[in-house]
Design a protein around this ligand. Structure first.
Ligand code: ATP
Ligand code: MG
Length: 138
C-alpha cells in the first residue's frame, strides 16, 4: 500500500464540488484515510510550493491557494501516487484526458481543482506537512 497527499483547491471548495471530486477519487479505488478542511496562510502556501518559488506564476499560485478554504487529505491504495496523478489529469485541463478530475471540473491551468504528490519523496514531505501520525486513522 502507498500513500499520497491530495488537496482539493479553492476553485472546487467555492463551487461546492468537494463531494463530486471525492466520488471520483473513491470510485478509482483510492481510500481517503485522513482529511481536513483548512484555510492556508500565505506562509504555509509558500513553503508547500517552495519548489516553484522562482517560477513566474508563484505569486499568483500562492494568492489562489490562500483565496478560500482547501481540503487536504491522505489517499491510500496500491500505487496511490501514480493512480491519483492519472485520474487527476494533466496540469492544464485543456489537454487533460476525458474522464479525469481536471478535464471534468478544472477551470484553467491555475484553477485546476486538485493537487497530487508527484513522487514518494514529495508524498512523504507533503503528508508530514499537514498531518501528524495520530490524524491518519486508516
Ligand atoms: P500540483 O502540484 O498542484 O498537483 P502539477 O504537479 O500538475 O500540480 P506543477 O508543475 O507542480 O503541476 O505546478 C503546481 C501548480 O502551479 C499547478 O497545479 C498550477 O495550479 C500552477 N501552475 C503550474 N504551471 C502554471 C502556469 N504555467 N501558469 C499558471 N499556474 C501554473
Ligand atoms: Mg506538482
Amino acid at each position: 500500500m502507498e500513500r499520497t497527499l491530495s488537496i482539493i483547491k479553492p476553485d472546487a471548495t467555492t463551487r461546492n464540488i468537494t463531494g463530486k471530486v471525492n466520488s471520483m477519487i473513491e470510485d478509482a479505488g483510492l481510500r481517503i484515510i485522513a482529511q481536513k478542511r483548512i484555510r492556508l496562510t500565505p506562509l504555509q502556501a509558500e513553503e508547500f510550493y517552495a519548489e516553484h518559488k522562482d517560477k513566474a506564476f508563484f505569486t499568483s499560485l500562492v494568492d489562489f491557494m490562500t483565496s478560500a478554504p482547501v481540503v487536504v487529505q491522505v489517499l491510500e491504495a496500491d500505487d496511490a501516487i501514480a493512480l491519483y496523478r492519472k485520474i487527476m489529469g494533466t496540469t492544464n485541463p485543456a489537454v487533460a484526458e476525458e474522464g479525469t478530475i481536471r478535464k471534468t471540473f478544472a477551470l484553467s491551468i491555475d484553477k485546476n481543482t486538485v493537487h497530487g504528490s508527484d513522487s514518494p519523496e514529495s508524498a512523504k514531505r507533503e503528508i508530514d506537512f499537514f498531518f501528524s501520525g495520530t490524524e491518519i486513522v486508516g
